[in-house]
Write a protein that binds this ligand. Structure first.
Ligand code: B4P
Length: 193
């Protein structure tokens, strides 16, 4: 089983590159952002609770997203591997993920961290907000809050996996196909058996 985390700040290209990577490598895509938006669309109690955090650019509480990922892992026993997109976003989430994977006799093979400067991130998200219908992409203040949540709570996740030598930084600016090739190169360097 080959499990990877696609890591990076909001707007760094995680969702964009995940689509391509899952199709090339046959991994099961687990995006907590997508899972939460689907709960919101279904107007479930979880979705309604999550929306109030997401609209403010804040992280949804750890216990909510950890439970979602735990169910998703249990519901996909046939998967050859998972691509985690937008998860883990706190050290507590990372520790919970490591434990869940260990219970299944597997672990994270690599964390691919996309690097993009903040002005470019803001530009991309405002641009996506013009067409996506996502309330968290429309307002520059909310986007800045998302960056600040990232700096305060999420950046430390890279340090957590650095301890195990699992983090590789990849330039996330420029041509989408070239970034994809850089990510593939890192995956192909690792044993995917
Ligand atoms: P997510 O859905 O994970 O969204 P994101 O980080 O904003 O987007 P992503 O990084 O995937 O976007 P992409 O670059 O592909 O999270 C949304 C919210 O959900 C969070 O703020 C939080 O509230 C909540 N949440 C999710 N997971 C959570 C967790 N684990 N714990 C707690 N809360 C959680 O796309 C951005 C734009 O850039 C697109 O328009 C794309 O076309 C463009 N783009 C991509 N690559 C480009 C390139 N190379 N050049 C130019 N444009 C590019």
């Amino acid at each position: 089983m080959f499990n990877l985390i696609l890591f990076g700040p909001p707007g760094s290209g995680k969702g964009t590159q995940s689509e391509r990577l899952i199709s090339k490598y046959g991994l099961k895509h687990l995006s907590t952002g997508d899972l939460l938006r689907s709960e919101i669309a279904g107007q479930t109690p979880l979705g309604l609770a999550a929306k109030s955090f997401m609209d403010k650019g804040q992280l949804v509480p750890d216990e909510v997203v950890i439970e979602m990922i735990s169910s998703a892992l249990d519901n996909n026993p046939q998967a050859h591997g998972f691509l985690f997109d937008g998860f883990p976003r706190t050290v507590a989430q990372a520790e919970a993920l490591d434990k869940l994977l260990a219970q299944k006799g597997t672990s994270i093979a690599v964390v691919l961290a996309l690097e993009v400067n903040e002005d470019e991130l803001t530009k991309r998200l405002l641009n996506r907000g013009l067409t996506s219908g996502r309330s968290d992409d429309r307002d520059e203040g909310t986007i800045r809050s998302r960056h600040s949540e990232y700096q305060k709570k999420t950046a430390a996740v890279a340090d957590h996996y650095k301890k195990y030598g699992k983090v590789v930084f990849v330039k996330g600016e420029g041509d989408i196909d070239e970034i994809f090739q850089s990510l593939c190169k890192e995956i192909d360097l690792r044993d995917r058996a």
